[in-house]
Design a protein. Structure first.
Length: 435
């Protein structure tokens, strides 16, 4: 993982030092349980905690041992024995490597999820603040990229808030899904280790015992975890695309904060580019890239194989580190986003009242005109605005078929912007609650 898109707290979760410390804690907690069950001496369990607990595991030494053993867990246990001494023979009693590896991986994912949940809280706070700030800031809504009807900037932020709030709930569920541990031994039968050891280790590490493991923890749990991260990434891109569109020169309804001394182009000094949100679009692709491999990891041979291992060594750190960075970047973009209400109003009025066409259409039908004829009359006048730059209101007032059904006052009333924002408060209560 390159440092450019890394934040230290998330990176630390995936460091070799952290991984080996978790491995030790799993082994030591298992020894405590085995001692209580009378399988190993209690004095040995205490020695393992005392000697291993103060040990500074040497990553290079473990790598050196692994270069011979070709087995990472055995290399670690060999190194741990160098600290513990004779009582090290009681470590890993009845366990298999996956007990350590899978339980550790899930602990790392849970810790990563906790950071990501805090990240989402920051994004939600930023979206909420900007939503209320611009609740009544009118802008044009677009469908297919074309002017549709008026909305507000606050509603734009509110819909992103609702989406991210759903993502938070999804991540809470995904965290719970993956927060299991397994200390069940070879092929998961507990033949050589009591299930109470698993219960003890999981309790100490904040996990639930995996109901049935087959030497590995079932990978459908991990698939839903990474799929959830992929959905969150897509939501990040959804916000980023909107901001990128708003920053286009011919739109310019909002733009990323341009800091003093910042440069937009090596060739063109006038440039102010949406580089942060473009970066977010790219980061979203990297996170989503992990979803398919995670889904493919679900199908393993019989009780286990290691086809999932190389995948998870990559996607575990890569996706969580990228998403952590992306969420914090997104929050910063939203917090500092520069918004131009005057440009929003100017864009809305660019086609001189055309955005009120549906109100006129509905009024004509309510006045007794068939829907087909009403559509024809409104579209006929609307095309003059598109093609000739005419004023929609004036064209309607000059159309005898329209004025035969509606009075001038009735036509003019249909051009009231407030009509389109009358339910904004209702929508806000649905999204944010009564507060």
């Amino acid at each position: 993982m390159i440092s450019r898109y890394s934040r230290p707290d998330m990176v630390a979760i995936w460091s070799p030092e952290t991984r080996f410390r978790i491995w030790f804690e799993i082994e030591a907690h298992a020894c405590d349980a085995l001692a209580e069950l009378g399988v190993i001496p209690k004095e040995a369990a205490r020695t393992i905690w005392e000697q291993g607990g103060k040990a500074e595991f040497n990553v290079e030494r473990i790598d050196e041992i692994e270069s011979v053993t070709k087995h990472d867990v055995i290399a670690f246990l060999t190194h741990l024995a160098e600290f513990v001494g004779e009582d090290s023979r009681f470590i890993h009693q009845g366990m298999t490597s996956s007990d350590v590896l899978d339980t550790t991986f899930n602990i790392q994912l849970v810790r990563a999820a906790d950071i990501l949940l805090a990240d989402l809280d920051r994004v939600l706070a930023a979206l909420r603040k900007r939503a209320f700030e611009h609740k009544d800031t009118v802008r044009i809504g677009r469908s297919h990229g074309i002017h549709a009807e008026p909305t507000t900037m606050g509603l734009t932020f509110a819909r992103f808030y609702a989406e991210m709030d759903r993502n938070r709930a999804r991540l809470v569920a995904a965290r719970a899904e993956v927060a299991t541990g397994a200390i069940s031994g070879a092929v998961g039968t507990f033949a050589n280790i009591d299930p109470r050891v698993e219960e003890h280790v999981c309790e100490k590490l904040g996990l639930k015992p995996e109901p049935i493991s087959t030497q590995v923890i079932p990978r459908d749990r991990h698939a839903i975890f990474f799929a959830t991260l992929g959905v969150i990434a897509s939501s990040i891109e959804n916000v980023a695309i909107e901001i990128r569109h708003m920053q286009r020169t011919e739109v310019l309804e909002a733009e990323e904060f341009f800091s003093p001394g910042q440069k937009g182009s090596s060739a063109m000094p006038h440039k102010r580019n949406p580089v942060l949100t473009e970066n977010l679009t790219g980061l979203a692709r990297l996170v989503r890239m992990a979803v398919t491999p995670a889904l493919e990891d679900v199908a393993l041979w019989h009780e286990r194989d290691i086809s999932h291992s190389s995948v998870e060594r990559g996607i575990g750190p890569d996706t969580t580190i990228h998403l952590d960075f992306a969420l914090n970047r997104l929050a910063s973009v939203i917090e500092k986003l520069v918004i131009y209400p005057e440009n929003m109003l100017r864009n809305l009025n660019k086609f001189r009242g055309l955005v009120h066409s549906q109100r006129v259409l509905l009024a004509l039908t309510q006045a007794g005109v068939s829907r087909e004829d009403a559509y024809r009359l409104v579209q006929r006048n609307a095309m003059k605005v598109w093609e000739q730059g005419a004023d929609f209101l004036e064209e309607l007032l000059g159309d005898p078929e329209v004025t035969a059904a509606l009075s001038e006052a009735e036509i003019r009333e249909k051009f009231d912007l407030g009509y389109h924002t009358k339910h904004v408060d209702t929508i806000f209560r649905r999204v944010f609650g009564e507060a």
